[in-house]
Design a protein around this ligand. Sequence first.
Ligand code: AMP
Ligand code: MG
Length: 324
Amino acid sequence: MIALGIEGTAHTLGIGIVTENKVLANVFDTLKTEKGGIHPKEATEHHAKLLKPLLRKALEEAGVSMEDIDVIAFSQGPGLGPALRVVATAARALAIKYNKPIVGVNHCIAHVEITKMFGIKDPVGLYVSGGNTQVLALEGKRYRVFGETLDIGIGNALDVFARELGLGFPGGPKIEKLALKGEKYIELPYAVKGMDLSFSGLLTEAIRKYKSGKYRVEDLAYSFQETAFAALVEVTERALAHTEKEEVVLVGGVAANNRLREMLKIMAEDRGVKFFVPPYDLCRDNGAMIAYTGLEMYKAGIKFKLEETIVKQKFRTDEVEIIW
Ligand code: AMP
Ligand code: MG
């Protein structure tokens, strides 16, 4: 079977075409902004403008036509309302025009589900992106969030810190590069609160220390990463201990970071569990993960009536019953 997936919860519009075990196409375009941050209006215009050319590109790359598609999936939430509506409207229009079934997919769940295309069965997922930071895993028939950020996403924290250092956007890769030259660990507020995370205190203190002029920026970048990532690894490890699961996956845009990968790998090896990171184009926001999850849902008998395709800005991870 073949599924078409449209992703558009935030700044990236992505269109993916997949079968049960293969990505046939996965194309995207990300709205570029000077400073990062949330721009609902621009994201909406961006998605609306690029839908048609990206769809054409995806079909071409996959070597299929709309008639070959078995199910149309779209990112139903969580995300920016106006951006979500562009994507849902496009998915509905395609479903009506080509008389295809349609399913709405939870974005956070799709980030983890795509790892199953690679033989992962039942992982604990660390999902780290600009706006999201979550540790999630299946418990019974639902994904449960074991820990999440109480304020900003780790990606945003890195972006804001980089901006203060005058490094531009996106900041994550720039902080990573700078951190490689760090020599000394500078104490910063640790980000774990119970099972949850909080990065705003860490961010404020790192900026304050930078402005004091008393510290090397390389050391600050290094210490920022060490402190934030240690917190992510701690919460992930506790979720693994609680669930006794044997796989851990790293997904989301921040999964590009090699230091974070290394720290998680060490933790996984210590615990004797498998560690997996999908290829980067399936880690970042993308249509293939939506298509894949939609396909699994459809095969399990899930089909949405048109009135069920309304977008859910605050779509919770534990709202979806996982019957596939
Ligand atoms: P997403 O929100 O999933 O589109 O991912 C974008 C986020 O990933 C931005 O906040 C980037 O700064 C961050 N990011 C990208 N590459 C890296 C990296 N190498 N290290 C840390 N963060 C990164
Ligand atoms: Mg995402």
